[in-house]
Design a binder for this molecule. Sequence first.
Ligand code: MN
Ligand code: MN
Length: 283
Amino acid sequence: MTWKRTATFLCADSSPENGDVVLMGVPFDGTSCFRPGSRFGPHSIRIWSDVLESFSPELDMDLEEIRLGDLGDLEVPVAGWDEVALRIRESMAPLLAEGKIPVVLGGEHLISLAAVGACLDRYPNLCVLHVDAHLDLRDEYESDRHTHATVMRRVMDLLGSDRVFQWGVRSGTREEWKMARSVGTIIDTPSEIRDRLGGRPLYLSLDLDVLDPSILPETGAPEPGGLFFRELLNFLHALRGLPIVGADVVEYSPAGPGMGGPSGAVAAKVVREVILLCEAGRT
Ligand code: MN
Ligand code: MN
């Protein structure tokens, strides 16, 4: 597997073997239809991480006190999902086999499908928490079954609908809403997740467009009516202690190939909290 490294996230160790939680960028946006550019997300997140403290006051945890690795960005083709999926799975499998927790930086949301697949191989009773503005439950989008708009439908194909929980959703087709309501994936509170999870391992898939576009305008498909930053943070903090075995933060699409605008600080802070949540749930 070839990795490209441009920067590391805050105080992360660039030798991933030194990490219990390991970051890996997947700069793929091959199916983005409205505003591509999330391929530049992992790089921008690392650059913007420099503005943050390593300490989270709410979690009372410090990145400097945990073992955090950063593999850099996985080299992936610009199109051709099958090959991208293979590379994601092959790079995650050895991390998971060693009990490490991979945190994938997108990239677009489709990459979650391969990441969930890799975690499912290691944890057969895996459940998925999907945080997003969009349901992503279409069966096909533009005649394609593998896109950012179909990703949770494919995840359901893997896990069954009773192991997928959705929070923050506010957009979808009539058919998607009908499906989500009939299978009961939408949850309202963190305690409901806790109850339904019942101690099983959890994969957290976080599409940053769950935030309102006024908070994070630089994303692939901005959806008005979203969360304030504090609402997302409070939700995440309420997940503390859940056994998160893998996570992704996707769909940050910086305004250009460099730093982008300050959405990068928003994305980087979410990543910091997700890393610490993963650490907090480690057994
Ligand atoms: Mn979305
Ligand atoms: Mn999504």
